[in-house]
Design a protein around this ligand. Structure first.
Ligand code: FPP
Length: 288
């Protein structure tokens, strides 16, 4: 594809990769597990926080590049619920870094027409972080370009628990004295509508840096059909050329959604589940 002005390639390799991309077949939604900041620093005999600082530069580059490529949605796993187990000083540093990023980059995010949203149990974040996040979300709420979702104090299982409880709460408030509860059923659409990511397309591409072959409790429901790309590159080294390489790899994949190659690449619309029929979920195994 021809580069937009702002994406002038910095090297021949970057130019070659960009040229090889088909703009019609870019993923709609890219999700990223940004891993390897600590190892990046360790290899340079630097404190771990230096890796996080450099990781922010990668995040900035990837966010801007995806926006310029007209990617519809980018979701970054910035802080998991499990990350609270890290030393207090590192957690404080990460929170400060995030606030700095938001304050400094908000104008650039806005200029790029990006809409910021946060997913996770944000009510458990420090007050100052919540305030900066709320400001960023409000400031960009009317933007119509890429949706940048930052997962903060996020866990995929917790998200499902929250979704199920939201469904139950709504059901209870509607059904009052409980009449009709025998017929109450949940379908995939209802679950998807109650996830933090409601309204976003499911990720087409999940990128994980630093070589670990794990999902780490990220978007468990949403990645059912995502193409997974794992690179040995550590997150602070993951810049434009690495993103283009991931996209080129994605464009080589054949997406089958459990069907056969000739069936095309669109996910067929889900049939509504029949009401009042006992579903059995153990009848067959998918074909891939
Ligand atoms: C993993 O590296 C990375 C994180 C814990 C997330 C931190 C992410 C950033 C600082 C990027 C900033 C993002 C935004 C949206 C501004 P690690 O410490 O687990 O690395 P290791 O596995 O090598 O120890």
């Amino acid at each position: 594809m021809q580069p937009p002005k702002s994406l002038e390639p910095a090297s021949r390799e970057e130019a070659r990769l960009l040229e090889s991309l088909d703009p019609q077949r870019l993923p709609r939604h890219i999700a990223v597990i940004m891993d390897g900041n600590g190892r990046w620093a360790q290899r340079r005999h630097l404190p771990r926080v230096a890796g996080h600082r450099s990781g922010v530069e990668s995040a900035r580059t990837i966010i801007e590049t995806c926006a310029r490529l007209n990617i519809q949605a980018l979701t970054l796993y910035a802080f998991s619920m499990e990350n609270w187990r890290r030393p207090r000083a590192e957690i404080d540093f990460l929170m400060r870094l995030l606030r700095q990023y938001l304050r400094k980059e908000l104008p650039v995010i806005h200029r790029n027409n990006i809409r910021l949203q946060i997913i996770g149990r944000t009510e458990q974040l420090p007050e100052e972080v919540r305030a900066d996040v709320a400001k960023g979300v409000a400031h960009t709420a009317q933007n119509s370009g890429m949706i940048l979702t930052v997962a903060l104090n996020y866990g995929g299982r917790a998200e499902l628990v929250d979704a199920f409880n939201a469904i139950l709460d709504r059901f209870r408030s509607k059904s009052g004295n409980g009449n009709g509860s025998a017929n109450f059923r949940v379908d995939e659409e209802t679950i998807a509508e109650n996830l933090y990511t409601a309204g976003l397309p499911d990720p087409d591409l999940l990128i994980r840096t630093s070589g670990e072959l794990r999902i780490s409790n990220f978007l468990l429901w949403q990645i059912a059909y995502a193409e997974i790309y794992v690179t040995e590159t550590l997150w602070p080294d993951f810049r434009r050329a690495e993103l283009y390489a991931a996209l080129a790899d994605y464009q080589k994949r054949e997406r089958r959604y459990g069907g056969l190659a000739s069936e095309g690449t669109e996910i067929p619309a889900l049939q509504p589940e029949p009401q009042h029929v006992q579903q059995r979920h153990v009848l067959g195994t998918p074909s891939e």
